[in-house]
Design a protein. Structure first.
Length: 171
């Protein structure tokens, strides 16, 4: 059993080469690649550059109208927003080497989004570091930012937006 092979790693006298020897069987597998090979499981799934971890971070700012100056940063899931607030999402940072494209993907939850057939949607890949949207449907929603390169996702992050129930009104 796999867990039994790793039990020695939790012994008090487990030092030096013992952990490496016990873990070797786990890493000698086709998923991780062949010994001495540049191809590994991470490279096939995450951009083809070995086990380098790529990241992205986004921020969300509130505005009174689309394109207007923002008045407050909204931390992910930090509070419940009213309807009819404009949201400006921006890629704050990423370590994915340029050039790349950005896809903004939304997962909406709740009966209002379902009634409008907008449970999920996304933008086409673009060079835009920002995306505007607004709070329209009550519930907990997720904005996902995907950094794409070579038709694959190299980095992904998300931001939770909580929206209060109530009637949508126009300013």
């Amino acid at each position: 059993m796999a867990v039994g092979k790793l039990a020695a790693l939790f012994e008090a006298n487990c030092t030096g080469r013992k952990p490496a020897a016990r873990g070797t069987w786990f890493f000698v597998h086709d998923f991780w690649g062949r010994k001495g090979s540049r191809e590994d499981g991470f490279g096939r799934g995450f951009g083809g550059h070995g086990a380098i971890a790529y990241f992205a971070s986004i921020r969300c700012d509130l505005a009174r109208s689309q394109g207007a100056p923002t008045y407050k940063q909204y931390a992910s899931g930090s509070s419940v927003l009213p309807k009819n607030v404009n949201l400006k999402f921006t890629v704050a940072s990423t370590n994915v080497p340029a050039p790349y494209k950005i896809v903004w993907h939304v997962d909406n939850h709740g009966d209002e989004a379902s009634e409008h057939n907008l449970l999920t949607w996304e933008t086409n890949p673009s060079d835009s570091f920002e995306h505007w949207t607004s709070t329209a449907f009550k519930g907990s929603h997720r904005m996902i930012c995907r950094i794409m390169k070579d038709d694959r996702v190299w980095a992904e992050t998300s931001h939770i937006v909580k929206i209060a129930p109530g009637r949508w009104w126009k300013r």
